[in-house]
Design a protein around this ligand. Structure first.
Ligand code: PAF
Length: 287
């Protein structure tokens, strides 16, 4: 498995695969890889002939005061992990290689970034969609793999691909969780031992919501209130508890056929997110 750092090199490396008309998969990441990324890479390896993992801590998606400088950079370990999983190539550009001049052209998806994480991270999703559009243009994959944990990101990217007729398919993979339910995230490594124990409150709030819906509750204000109880812990503060349409991300006042239940909270100084989708047609109703 090779590691390349420039746009020219990655294009050169995948040229042969493209001419052989083989499927090319892209797994975009910011590194600090964990089993959640592992599940994306494994699926890509199963479905594609050439799998490119991009590892790039994208400065344009971090706001002032966020953790850009602190974000874990673990290229050597990440490379071993990618190789073990069967990836073909790592693309690990420097910020200068990705943004050689001030970026004047941006990809903005309207409306969808307004709520959820976008409300407290202005400009974040513009950075995400722009870097993903750049990666899609550089690698030109047939499939790109994203995790459902970043639900709003996934919705935006799918919409960008559809609205701009980008010639690739987005494949979404389920959230991978620790035994106690905590969703895997590169930021979990910021948590102290006591914060780690409390961090399961995000998952517990989602489970509480699901149980109440299974019991017949449909009123979103009642559900949000009950979910908030899971966060009543020292050092934990809720950023949002939202129940929205999984495609438009518009708030729902009642649980609908499909609802995305999404939470964000700070545990100590660490911002964590999690979500579940409730599909009434698959629900084990216990009314
Ligand atoms: O989900 C991430 O890790 C990042 O937002 C992504 C998609 C790699 C873009 O930088």
């Amino acid at each position: 498995m090779d590691i390349v750092n420039t746009v020219a090199e990655v294009r050169q490396k995948i040229k042969a695969a493209r001419f052989a008309a083989k499927f090319i998969g892209l797994v975009p990441t910011m590194g600090a890889l964990h089993a959640g990324h592992g599940s994306l890479i494994t699926r890509a390896v199963t479905e594609c002939d050439t799998v490119v993992v991009s590892i790039f801590v994208n400065p344009t998606q971090f706001g002032p005061g966020e953790d850009l400088d602190r974000y874990p950079r673990t290229l050597e370990t990440d490379a071993k992990y990618c190789e073990k999983l069967g990836a073909s190539l790592i693309f690990a550009p420097s910020p200068e290689a990705m943004y050689p001049q001030p970026q004047l052209a941006w990809v903005d998806v309207e409306t969808l970034p307004e709520g959820l994480c976008g409300a407290s991270r202005p400009g974040h999703f513009r950075g995400v969609t722009t870097v993903c559009a750049k990666l899609f243009n550089i690698v030109q994959p047939d499939f790109a793999y994203f995790g459902q944990k970043d639900a709003q990101q996934a919705v935006l990217i799918q919409r960008m691909v559809r609205d701009l007729n980008l010639p690739l398919e987005i494949r979404l993979c389920p959230i991978v969780r620790e035994k106690d339910g905590l969703a895997l995230s590169s930021r979990n490594r910021y948590l102290s031992q006591s914060e780690r124990k409390k961090a399961v409150c995000l998952f517990q709030s989602l489970q509480r919501c699901r149980q109440l819906v299974e019991g017949g509750q449909r009123d979103v204000s009642v559900l949000r209130k009950a979910m908030a109880e899971s966060f009543a812990l020292p050092e934990v503060s809720i950023e949002y508890i939202e129940i929205v349409d999984p495609e438009t991300l518009q708030e729902q006042s009642e649980i609908q056929d499909r609802s995305l239940v999404a939470v964000a909270a700070r545990v100590g100084a660490t911002r964590l997110i999690d979500n579940i989708e409730i599909d009434l047609s698959n629900l084990q109703e216990k009314v």
